[in-house]
Ligand binder design. Structure first.
Ligand code: CUA
Length: 151
């Protein structure tokens, strides 16, 4: 009798796992949450705007940051904006999946090779904002970080 219960239970577990795995494959098919533009990950350096990564002022208190992520760094790594700025990030990865998390903000995004990730964030408070990669990307993953300075 209890055997039957265990059989039913384990069958249920297997079914749940299969549904979950199927859902994950489906979600991946749909691409990352941004539904962003595609980019050839082999040609990031030759593809605008990533041929010129950096920070650019595009309005009063408004900046555009074009950034590439690669093992194990962020380019550019020296971002500085005045307090009260709105920053539009345009990101892509040159190799594997990285994360882009900015402490003290809601930014927590996946940056995938082949996709352009766009994020807008207003920085009201002055300070040093720690930028971390939160997707395991290899042996140097723990060292992959930088800061955004808000003055
Ligand atoms: Cu890049 Cu972890």
């Amino acid at each position: 009798r209890s055997e039957k219960i265990w059989l039913t239970l384990s069958f249920g577990m297997i079914m749940a796992f299969m549904i979950f795995a199927g859902y994950q494959a489906f979600a991946l098919e749909m691409g990352p949450p941004s539904h962003g533009e595609r980019i050839d990950p082999q040609k990031v350096d030759q593809t605008a705007p990533f041929d010129q990564p950096g920070i650019k002022q595009i309005g009063e208190n408004e900046y555009e940051v074009v950034m590439t992520l690669q093992v194990f760094s962020f380019t550019p790594s020296d971002i500085e904006v005045p307090a009260g700025s709105t920053v539009h990030f345009t990101l892509t990865s040159k190799d594997v999946v990285h994360g882009f998390q900015v402490a003290g903000t809601n930014i927590n995004a996946m940056v995938m090779p082949g996709y352009v990730q766009k994020i807008t964030q207003k920085f009201d408070k002055a300070g040093e904002y720690l930028v971390l990669c939160n997707e395991y990307c290899g042996a140097g993953h723990q060292l992959m970080g930088t800061t955004i300075t808000v003055k």
